[in-house]
Design a protein around this ligand. Sequence first.
Ligand SMILES: CC(C)(COP(=O)(O)OP(=O)(O)OC[C@H]1O[C@@H](n2cnc3c(N)ncnc32)[C@H](O)[C@@H]1OP(=O)(O)O)[C@@H](O)C(=O)NCCC(=O)NCCS
Length: 193
Amino acid sequence: MIHQLSNEYYVRGLRVADLHGPYTTWFEDQDVCRYNSHGKFAKTEEYFKVFFDHLNQEDRLVWAICHHADGHIGNVSLQSISVIDHNAEFAILLGDKRHWGKGVGTLAGRKLVEHGFNKLNLERLYCGTAATNHAMRTLAANLGMTEEGTRRKHLYLEGEWVDVIEYGLLKDEFLALSTVWLNTSSYTCTATQ
Ligand SMILES: CC(C)(COP(=O)(O)OP(=O)(O)OC[C@H]1O[C@@H](n2cnc3c(N)ncnc32)[C@H](O)[C@@H]1OP(=O)(O)O)[C@@H](O)C(=O)NCCC(=O)NCCS
């Protein structure tokens, strides 16, 4: 399964070969992990293998975000997929910092949101991020998500307690938005340098 996002970027399922590329190093990069729970403990090869093997269980979907020249640059995922409640948690990480701020997070996110509602029959997607993670908060807004609440002092980051802002998107809201996403080219990736 490959979805083209632009001339330069596409998403595809995570592959076992990705475990031997740059992927595992992203979780040691303190800039990439600044606003999330990674980057605190060193993880072994076995950890990533277990994570990958779990993908067959259908409660988690991980797509590799790829650039035509630079290869695997990040992951976007739906996790804790519930077949009872028809909801899932949205998560995204661009490990290759050269590709930040070029619109690829928004494009990959929208494609996975579309997949979640139209293919997986979900009714609700949600995510939470550090109040200080302005890129992720703007991305959540770009995905049409509504701010639903605050988990006070939920994360300990860089020596400080930080609130987590919770976001949600319902299928009806997505359906109204997806027409806009399809009919406008308001979100295109800027060229890589
Ligand atoms: C969060 C992340 C996925 C965003 O991806 P991205 O491809 O850089 O995002 P986009 O280029 O689509 O930009 C989304 C919006 O955020 C804005 N933005 C990007 N970086 C920003 C920054 N450092 N500060 C403030 N706003 C920023 C963009 O201008 C854009 O806003 P616009 O649509 O109004 O122009 C990426 O920065 C990342 O992976 N960070 C590290 C991991 C992480 O924090 N993941 C989320 C954990 S909850």
